[in-house]
Ligand binder design. Structure first.
Ligand code: ATP
Ligand code: MG
Length: 248
């Protein structure tokens, strides 16, 4: 089933925002009653409750909330990295909730750059090789891959680290490589889980400025952050509290 395009429903859950005119009328993401729980014996612990909101193509959204409120869990669902949940999730009008795991992986590879809270670099690949992985999904030719990875290394000032393995990098450097890997293939959607949590404030600001530029060029961005300063780079904030989207 394909649902018809409709105006983004940003007011139905109490968030009143005036988005800039550069943001499209089209929804990239529609979530309806997303729920997730873990089972411990006979007991269910809910992590996400009836999460319902839309994200427009071209939006820059921040998700905030206390530790344990479900932010990472939600981002992993949005990134199609988790399939154990219920509810409806449309991504560019396609029903993710009805898709096979394989189709979700394909969608992720095609459209999404993901910055993991815990970096998730591939340990037995060098920095250079880690940056090459997303390009290999897109059948980019070797010469072009070299040029894109070279530019990205340059942009993040990590050229000198290109032949090192993740365990030879500091936490902040791994985080930078994680951000570089997420943007290297110029994805339509960037999902970033506290992307500057381990960085010096100047580096953190540079990453936020980079996101702002990418967003101005049309990339949709959803970031999880504990920082009001970082959240201010986005157009609106969704607050999670014990797995619920806070009203208001
Ligand atoms: N495998 C699991 N089994 C049981 N509970 C889990 C599991 N994984 C996560 N949780 C619980 O889900 C809740 C939400 O976790 P999540 O990582 O989404 O929080 P968060 O909002 O990202 O927190 P933080 O700001 O600390 O990163 C937590 O209470 C956590 O204990
Ligand atoms: Mg988290």
């Amino acid at each position: 089933m394909r649902i018809p395009l409709r105006r983004a429903n940003t007011e139905a859950y109490g968030v009143r925002v005036r988005l800039p005119t550069s943001v499209s009328e089209r929804n990239m993401i529609q979530l309806h009653n997303i729920e997730k729980y873990y089972e411990h014996g006979a007991q269910k612990t809910f992590i996400l409750r009836r999460v319902t909101f839309d994200v427009r193509e071209g939006e820059f959204l921040s998700i905030m909330g206390p530790s344990g409120s479900g932010k990472t869990t939600l981002l992993h669902i949005l990134g199609m990295l988790d399939s154990a949940w219920s509810g409806e999730f449309y991504f560019m009008d396609q029903p993710v909730h009805k898709m096979s795991r394989k189709d979700r992986v394909e969608l992720h590879k095609k459209y999404i750059g993901f910055v993991f809270q815990s970096y998730h670099l591939l340990d037995d690949l060098t920095v250079y090789e880690n940056l090459e992985v997303p390009l290999s999904y897109k059948d980019v030719k070797k010469a072009e891959r070299e040029s894109i990875v070279g530019d990205t290394l340059d942009r993040f000032q990590i050229v000198g680290k290109k032949d090192l393995y993740p365990n030879q990098l500091s936490g902040g450097q791994q985080q930078l490589v994680g951000v570089a890997r997420a943007i290297v293939m110029n994805p339509r959607l960037i999902l970033a889980d506290e992307p500057t949590g381990n960085l010096h404030s100047d580096q953190g600001r540079e990453i936020m400025e980079l996101f702002k530029r990418l967003n101005a060029q049309g990339t949709t961005i959803i970031q999880v952050t504990h920082s009001e300063q970082n959240a201010a780079y986005g157009h609106r904030i969704i607050k999670l509290s014990d797995g619920w989207v806070e009203e208001g």
